[in-house]
Every structure is written in structure tokens, then in C-alpha cells.
Design a binder for this molecule. Sequence first.
Ligand SMILES: *Cc1c(COP(=O)(O)O)cnc(C)c1O
Length: 361
Amino acid sequence: MKINLNPNPNPLPDAERDEKIAAGGFGKYYTDNMVTIDWSEADGWSDANLNAYGPITLDPATAVFHYGQEIFEGMKAYSQPDGSISLFRPDANAMRFARSAARLALPELSVEEFIETITTLVKQDRKWVPKKVGESLYIRPFMFATEVGLGVRPSNMAKYVLIATPAGAYFNAANAVTVWISTEYVRAAIGGTGEAKCGGNYAASLVAQKQAATKGCDQVVWLDAVERRWVEEMGGMNLYFVKGSGKGATVITPKLTGTLLPGITRDSILTVAKDLGYKVEEVMLSIDDWRDGVASGEITEIFACGTAAVVSAVGAAKSEFGTWTTGDGKPGPITMQIRETLLGIQHGTIEDKHGWNVKVC
Ligand SMILES: *Cc1c(COP(=O)(O)O)cnc(C)c1O
């Protein structure tokens, strides 16, 4: 695949760009360029282009508007101490994108091609990668059905698009999120799309997010669809529970049962926690285990993890059955240590023992 380079002839002037990067936030400003590739059943992938960032014009009868055949990824480019730029485990995102595509009956882009689109855009827009630790360039690849017509069938045309936005360090070390454990709504059931990163999962989750807000909570925690008992994940992040403290602590995360989104941050923390000397377990954990563990003091810390926020502490949990708060409700020491270690690896200040960083330029 050859990506034609037609970069934006009028990139944002340096001063304005740096102002936008310094403004922080997430998803407010986008880089000067984007990559698009078209697919059709007849011709496969074609027309790979890097062009100026801008609107996409689509026929109102385009399939994605009606039946939601869409997938996406989320990953980051990190500035390194020597001035170079690295991606973190881009092969893992590429493979997950291909699995999501298969589940949504969309065409698969090869791992190499997926990564090539990302290195092409990051190289072109490298000045948009923030320099400070905790800041990064958030990269959003997505793909959607572009066949025109209202017939319900897998689309015979699709479009892949790649955009990027500078992401500030919005972590507040003093804050833990409050979560609403939903027993009314579910995110995913066995056989559904829970393992795929698709827009539809999010569309179906928003009403629960709204409900959580009315209960004074920041995020929703999802339980399994069948028993409404087993803890799955939180909003768009996976969950971790710490039992005990100090070197003898065990770091636990809900097992992947087919309904959880297999997070790359989750997977990386399994390794990082082990490297730090903790015991690590992937288990089924119920809301009773959560409540009782917090009450007895066995569960000492809870945190959520994902590419966007890396690691965020979870403080109070509310549900129909009451409210229970972990520890003093503030981010705990193991949460902070895991966060700092992962960020350090991503930013090149801690040795990358597992070869996770891939240099772009
Ligand atoms: C993307 C996502 C995550 C986190 O995955 P990472 O690869 O760590 O960013 C967790 N849960 C859901 C529902 C997600 O969409």
C-alpha cells in the first residue's frame, strides 16, 4: 500500500499550534492532516491518502448512519527524552482493530498497513506531539460502512480514517472517581459486541452514564448481563483491585470472559505489576466481593485503566445496595506506583524491558 502525501499547504503557524497544545484538554483541536483509505468488495483497499484535516461528505443514505457499522481504536504517540517520538504497543492496537473489524463485518486492514498509516501521520504532524510527561498525541483510527442504501447487509464499501489530537495531562493526583454500579443497564452479553471497540457499545452505554451523573457519580461500572453480579469494567476503562499492601499485595483484575473489552493498558499492567513484585490475578469478582472486601479492609485500592487517562483511582462506589468507599477515598500508593511506572515506560524515562515502545521518528 502506498500512502499518497498531499499535506495541508497551510499548517497552523508554530505559535498558534503551541498555544493549542498548551491549552491541554482532550479532543478540542486536531492536527493539520488526516489519513483516509477506501475499501470496496470489488477492489479491496485503494486510495490511501494523507490530506489536510477536514470534513467528510457522505450521502444521507450511507449505511453507517442507519445501522451503526463502525469501529475505532485509541492509542498515543509519546515524546521521548532524546526528542524522538514513540508509539506504545501499536501492534496490539492493530490486532484489536482487525478483530473488531471481523466482528462488525468490516474489512480487515493488515497490522503493517494499520501501523504505516499511523507512522505516516505522526511523522507529518510530529510538531503536534506535546513534550511533557503525561502529555501525548492521542491517535484515533476508525472505520465505517460507506455503501449507500438502506438494505440491511454487511456494507460492500468502507472508509478508514485516522485523525490525531494533542492530549493534556488532566490527571489530578488528589482525586478519585466516584462510580455508579448499574444493575439496570448492561454493556455487553456473551455473543454480543463487548470485545469489539465499536461505536455502538458506547451509544448503548450513554443512558447509564447519564443515570450515573444523576446519582452524583462520574462513571458507570458494568456488571455481567446474566447474573448482574460479576464486575466487568468501568465506562471505557478496565478495573483493578488491590488486596493487601506493600510488597505482599495482590493486584487483581476481572477475567476476560468474552464481554469485556481487552484493554492494552490492562494487559500491560498485568506485566508491570508483576515486574514491581506484586502477585497478579485475573479472576471473577462479584459486587459482594467488592463490598465485603472494602468493609473488611482487604481491598485497599481500586483503579481504572485505559489509554486516555492511563490510571485513575476509584474512590466511592454507589449502587442500589448502598455506598462503599475504598480506603480514605484517595489514590493509593500502589495505584500511583503503577501509574508512574507505566507512564515512565511510555515516555522513555523507565527502561522498556518488554520492547513495547516503537520509535516513529
Ligand atoms: C478502549 C477501551 C478500554 C481500554 O482499552 P485500552 O487499550 O487500555 O485503551 C476499556 N474498556 C472499553 C469499553 C474500551 O472501549
